[in-house]
Ligand binder design. Sequence first.
Ligand code: ATP
Ligand code: LTN
Length: 334
Amino acid sequence: MARPRVLSGIQPTADSIHLGNYLGAVRQWVTLQETHDAFYCVVDLHAITVPQDPALLRRRSRVAAAQLFGAGLDPDRCTVFVQSHVPEHAELGWILSCLTGFGEASRMTQFKDKSQKSGSDQASVGLFTYPILQAADILLYQTDQVPIGEDQRQHLELTRDLAQRFNHRYGQTFVIPGPYIVKDVAKITDLQDPSIKMSKSASSPQGIIDVLEDPALIRKKIARAVTDLGSEVRFDEADKPGVTNLLRIYGALSGMSVTELEGRYANSGYGAFKKDLAEVVVDALAPIRERTEKMLADEAELDRLLGEGAARAGVVARETMRLVRDRMGFLAAR
Ligand code: ATP
Ligand code: LTN
């Protein structure tokens, strides 16, 4: 039987992906390439929903791709590509936007959050239709499962609704995708404010750990991470959100269970716990950083790998669009 298909995307909007991206998404991507037919894209068309400097976007798109390979994606086992290299994403995005209700799009909470930050008048129409382009990314590849963090659940719901609507109106065309969310790591929070997610655009430098971060800085940030009243290392979402987040990170990177960790630090207070955690994080990120640097040192090879990825993705995307055009009643070009 054919392997189930997965697709996911990451925005090239920072100089490095962060620990939330890695634990919530990219690490699952690496695992899934062994069992699934996997497509992963650097979503540069999504990045331009807020203003981007061209030189920086170019640089960050390569850095994001290099980090995906650095984290363990293998171009022989999965398809890594840049979204804008496959023009069908924008084309299907337009078609799906004509199937989306204005009210339906208005309910997307990420738009509300992000547009509030810049003031709603400043927000672009692209930021508003962002989730529809994301739906196109997913449906174009007849995706079965989408590995994402918790913040993306609502966008996946919209994607499912659009796929069902299209199938209902025009005949069976799209696979209905499901989310692939690993509960324990689906929301890594900001080290300085455990009430918000660790985020490229919203976290302060002190609140976020970049995968490419200098080890000395990682140690400093973890030492200064907000912990809660008391001194007990205990998993408690409501009363100890700061410690709970650190326990999640520790558990995910070490393979130890929360109960084991609570036992180990039962009598030692926050200090020893944070010190050990810092080493666990540094050790986990070091090989990724090294491999990423190696990839970035040979841009021509990196670009070649992305070209190969786009060629493979394009085959699938064009086949889906052929079907979509026909179903909708567009004349075939002769
Ligand atoms: P921004 O906050 O600026 O929108 P981001 O930090 O969410 O950016 P993306 O490129 O949008 O980064 O996300 C890539 C993937 O990482 C998505 O699947 C997203 O759900 C996941 N992710 C992002 N932040 C976290 C987090 N704090 N915890 C777990 N997963 C996360
Ligand atoms: N919206 C996502 C990034 C993204 C994505 C996708 C994720 C764009 N297209 C397709 C999964 C599938 C984000 O902000 N993290």
